[in-house]
Design a protein around this ligand. Structure first.
Ligand code: SF4
Length: 440
């Protein structure tokens, strides 16, 4: 009988795309993919180092796995496995830990998944993680996360990702176009381009060989995929050429997610970010001048060491004045092995939380204002297959979340709708072109 394997993923889109690809490798080798609770023979847990309490979460999942099948083979991969292989191998019940350079070869490396006397630790130095492993998620048919780039050569003071994922490296444009065509065969309508530092796309074997904008141009020609979304791009890498291309493209939607992290130049410098607020402002202005309805999401960190009340208010006012659509607010927390964790002028937790709350409430207001600006427009919605209380949801091209009455024929379909008003829980209601109301 075929061995059964189950997966659990923590963290970001990149991890999800990688779990999905690894699971297809197992299926290709004759394993049966099952749910976590279905008593698998092998458990693969893909961890994240950014997740709060990564260690506790990892322990908890291992414990659950052992409850489900005490004889199951428990394997830990992912960013946390690369950063703390030894600690993880000491968690009771773990059979193997694989690092960034090893995780895509785990079927061969673990040779039949037979338990040894001691947990196996196969995690080489992160500098060994040089190859690019192609990955994409196909979970449901609506959207796919396609990994185009991995690793990062920047050294932002707060970030452990370069230590967990290694140097910046990318797939080739030709390969990515091939993957996109393969994804199109599966009737997926939207692809989200994913990477650690996506805009840094183009480094192969340590050399810069291709450009992100050329990838965007090549993908725009792929028949069968209706929409492409760029998941996140550093402001210093978001060139006029990219913005101008997206503004007139057939398939790239008007939505950018651009990390800012702080609106204070002093803090941006100590964070070792590669731009100042003026550049950020300029990028947003350029986008809005060409695509007034473009959705712009912003990552921001509060409570970074040395962030005074004045610095924080600088960020607050800076954001408030920008024509952006929503914020992802991160409360700064110390990560081992980062330069930020050794900095003085630590901001008390209470203050960090207060600042976070202020920005979250600003984000709510911004989102509401953005939705209000969209009322009355027509846009294309891709309806998803998540049905709750007789309702279905989807996103417009410019990332407005829309709610409509469930209609099975609409799942995974693109439909032009009129955005008619905002519901009590903050979602956009819609009417059909013929004015028949199909929202609740
Ligand atoms: S750009 Fe900075 S924050 Fe982003 S992955 Fe690289 S080091 Fe981390």
């Amino acid at each position: 009988m075929n061995k059964k394997v189950a997966f659990y993923t923590l963290g970001c889109k990149l991890n999800f795309s990688e779990t999905s690809s690894i699971s297809r490798m197992f299926e290709g080798r004759g394993y049966e993919k099952v749910e976590f609770q279905d008593r698998p023979d092998i458990f693969i847990i893909n961890t994240c180092s950014v997740t709060e309490n990564a260690d506790k979460k990892c322990k908890k999942i291992v414990k659950e796995a052992k409850k489900i099948n005490p004889n199951g083979f428990v394997t830990i991969i992912g960013c946390y496995a690369q950063l703390k292989p030894k600690e993880i191998s000491e968690i009771k019940g773990v059979d193997a830990v694989l690092g960034a350079a090893e995780k895509f070869q785990l079927i061969d490396k673990l040779d039949g998944f037979t338990k040894k006397d001691k947990p196996q630790v196969l995690a080489s130095d992160i500098n060994e993680a040089k190859t690019f492993n192609n990955a994409f998620s196909i979970n449901d048919r609506t959207r796919t996360f396609l990994k185009v780039q991995d690793g990062c050569n920047y050294h932002c003071a707060f970030c452990t990702i370069p230590l967990a994922r290694g140097k910046s490296r990318s797939d080739t444009i030709a390969n990515i176009v091939k993957s996109a065509k393969e994804i199109a065969i599966n009737e997926v309508k939207e692809i989200v381009l994913t990477g650690v530092n996506t805009g840094d796309f183009g480094i192969q074997e340590g050399k810069r060989k291709e450009r992100f904008v050329d990838l965007v141009k090549a993908l725009d020609e792929v028949e069968g995929i209706d929409r492409f979304r760029i998941s996140s791009i550093e402001p210093n890498l978001l060139t006029n050429e990219i913005i101008e291309f997206v503004a007139q493209s057939k398939r790239f939607v008007p939505h950018f997610h651009i990390p800012l992290q702080s609106g204070s130049n002093k803090i941006l410098r100590t964070m070792r970010r590669r731009y100042l607020r003026e550049l950020y402002e300029d990028r947003v202005a350029k986008i809005k001048s060409l695509m007034p309805q473009c959705c712009i999401g912003v990552d921001v960190i509060v409570g970074f060491p040395g962030e005074t009340d004045e610095d924080f208010m600088d960020t607050y006012h800076f954001l408030k004045e920008l024509p952006i659509s929503y914020l992802h607010v991160f409360t700064y927390s110390e990560r081992v092995n980062t330069t930020a964790s050794e900095m003085e002028e630590v901001v008390p937790l209470k203050v960090r939380n207060k600042r976070s709350k202020m920005l979250r409430s600003l984000s709510e207001k911004m989102k509401r204002a953005f939705y209000e600006e969209n009322v009355g427009r027509e846009d294309v919605v891709l309806f998803e297959n998540d049905i709750k209380d007789g309702l279905m949801e989807g996103f417009t091209n410019n990332y407005v979340r829309v709610v409509a009455k469930y209609d099975p024929i609409m799942v995974n379909e693109l439909k032009t709708v009129k955005l008619s008003g905002i519901s009590h829980d903050g979602l956009m209601e819609v009417t059909e072109a013929n004015q028949e109301v199909f929202a609740h």
